[in-house]
Design a protein around this ligand. Structure first.
Ligand SMILES: [Ca+2]
Length: 373
């Protein structure tokens, strides 16, 4: 299945660090439903018949509904299995970031960014979103389009909607997916994605697709599966829809001494918020306040006074001051391991490419420099 997926690596952290859905996609975390008594559950066939009736009442064409539902004679065992056996290993924030941001990922990203530089730049300028951030999300969600899931979306959603655990959420997403088919953006055979219903190279849940997917190349279909222009514009549109501020960065890594850490713990309020990650950071403060508290740049210098208001996100040893745009990344997936990895990957893609064929001694020096950068 998604053996190579970075998204799944993160899923382990996200699923157990919060009540978030296992899907690695932008969406509202579903509440877990109270399970009905097993005896009162309809058979899958009866349940599907009720879905069909509801779908027709919602205006979805009968031929679309019939073709889609005929495809799933029974719940998909692999989907139920994945939903019940998510990895339980919990790593520290630093461990997650280092497992995700490998040299190989950065090298792939540099290649893929170079191949799509003109398009990413054009879309980035058009939407007012840093093209490296667009590429960072693309990289995290599908290894830059290398793998976006092989599960049939309708089958996966029907299985999770029939299963009592989060039936209400997934039933809604099932109707959204049928609506996408109804509009003709994609055909049934090509509507694929993760076992949890996240679709295409940017892993949108169907609800996010209906709200944010873009037809940038103008062929009449919003194709997040195989048209890079639509993929990039849809990511940008999602970020803009969640408050991305043009021309501003996501944040920066900073140095926080032990004394500063104590001062921050005692003197700076935690933030409130709808998802766990937003509660696991400080309130935003002006640069001057962080300076006074003893926070420094990674080279030990003073924070620039032009720095936007920033909130502090801390792991065990690494610390990050994050700006308002960081919230748009959390809206995509509310986990610090995700949002920081996107930001740091974007920074690497924006920076000078790593030396390809360095002398062994030079290589060692580079490694050391990176470790302290
Ligand atoms: Ca298109």
């Amino acid at each position: 299945m998604k053996a190579f997926s970075l998204a799944l690596l993160l899923t382990a952290a996200v699923a157990h660090a919060s009540a978030q859905t296992p899907a690695q996609a932008p969406q509202t975390p579903p509440a877990v439903d109270a399970p009905p008594a097993e005896a009162t559950r309809p058979s899958f066939a009866d349940w599907l018949a009720a879905v069909r009736t509801d779908a027709l009442a919602r205006g979805i064409r009968p031929e679309v509904v019939d073709e889609a539902l005929a495809d799933i004679p029974e719940p998909l065992p692999v989907v139920l299995e994945r939903d019940r056996t998510q990895a339980e290993t919990v790593f520290s924030l630093e461990q997650y970031i280092s497992r995700i941001l490998t040299a190989k990922l950065v090298a792939t990203g540099q290649d893929r960014f170079a191949a799509h530089r003109a398009l990413l730049t054009e879309i980035g300028e058009g939407y007012g979103v840093d093209p490296h951030i667009i590429a960072g999300i693309w990289g995290m969600e599908s290894n830059f389009g290398g793998f976006s899931g092989v599960r049939p979306t309708i089958g996966a959603l029907a299985t999770l909607a029939w299963d009592p655990r989060r039936a209400t959420f997934f039933r809604g997403e099932l109707f959204n997916a049928l609506e996408i088919l109804n509009r003709g953006d994609i055909d049934l055979a090509h509507m694929k994605g993760s076992w949890a219903g996240a679709m295409g190279q940017l892993q949108f849940m169907p609800s996010s697709y209906l709200d944010y997917a873009e037809d940038y190349d103008g062929d009449g279909r919003r194709d997040i599966w195989s048209t890079p222009a639509d993929v990039f514009a849809s990511i940008a549109n999602y970020l803009v829809g969640h408050g991305w501020i043009a021309g501003q960065s996501w944040g920066r890594e900073v140095k926080v001494s032990r004394a500063a850490e104590r001062a921050i713990v005692n003197g700076v309020a935690r933030r409130d918020g709808g998802c766990r990650a937003t509660r696991d950071m400080t309130v935003p403060l002006p640069a001057q306040r962080w300076r006074t508290l003893g926070v420094r740049t990674m080279t030990g210098g003073a924070l620039p006074s032009t720095m936007p208001n920033a909130a502090l996100v801390s792991g065990g040893s690494r610390h990050f001051l994050v700006y308002a745009n960081y919230d748009a990344l959390l809206a995509y997936n509310c986990a610090h391991s995700y949002a920081l990895s996107v930001g740091l990957l974007a920074d690497r893609l924006a920076g000078p490419p790593a030396p390809v064929r360095a002398h062994p001694r030079a290589k060692k020096a580079n490694k050391t420099r990176r470790a302290h950068a």
